[in-house]
Design a protein around this ligand. Sequence first.
Ligand code: DAH
Length: 353
Amino acid sequence: MALTDELAALRARTLESIEAADTSAALEQVRVAVLGKSGTLTGYLRSMGQVPKEERAVVGKTVNEVRAAVEAALSARKAALAAAELSAAIDAAAVDVTLPGRAQQMGTRHLINRIADEVSDIFLGLGYCVVEGPEVETDYYNFTALNAPADHPSRSMQDTFYVHDLSGDTSRVRGESDVLLRTQTSGVQVHCMEDQPLPIYMIAPGKVYRRDVADPSHLPQFHQIEGLVIDKGITFGDLKGTLDYLCKQVFGPERKTRFRAHYFPFTEPSAEVDVSCGICHGEGCRMCKGTGWLEILGCGMVDPNVLEMSGIDPEVYSGFAFGMGVERIACLKYNVPDLRMLLEGDMRFLRQF
Ligand code: DAH
């Protein structure tokens, strides 16, 4: 076959392969096979020296025509493939703006904080102020100034986390540190009596800590709300009226309260307050263990010793104090059977409130 025929056949084959290439990579393979270093057309160009002189002009012209045709076809196909590949990529990345969005999950205010705020609001409405005290406390504020000296048995009612005393003075409390995580918010009473002008009408919400293992009715860390009133002529009647009002605000106007004599070192007399059971309304059921009553807080008239230790004259002033567990109130209000459910972070549970 004459060289020009071979070249015509090569041209036809190459143009066909170019049209058949359906990706840029396949097209590049065709280009390398024809025009690359050892490509077929490159081979013809290299061997021009061996072509007889009289044919060289014709063959040379043909080779150049083939190359021009191949290059033109390559660049046309390349542009077509690039456009197709771009539009395929755009299609693949397309966003369907008509799909419904995925809503962000909104959190809710935690029940513990809600109850603490609710109780705070009730007392703000009565003209009380809200104060805070330290969670890392000294033995003096948590126990001693509350009428529980070093060997007083009431200390064993609350198992305490002691904090390493950096002063190195470990001698004072049974060889243990003087610094502790407060077991009750009652120490804020002492801070207030020392720091605030009289009269005092305050509540103090906050975290407390006890060396307890978590179970349905105990948590090693929980919240309390302390209350303290010091004024002239304060009586147990004021205490009863105030706490009865609190219970009706929190649990509903139909609920009754009762005061049961109890012991706390810093109040005398002391009482525990029960609210009538919201499930059986006093008949007795599983919630109230058959008694018809639910215990909700401790309270009493501030012991004259406590007033004196903080520099207040018990002949002139009297007062009452109370303390409640926030988690307990939350569980009683919503019939939650286990305090730990408040802390498990299960949104199905928490979102209900
Ligand atoms: N601090 C007591 C406790 O944690 C609760 C309490 C009882 C507080 C009587 C008071 C009170 O202010 O008067 O068990």
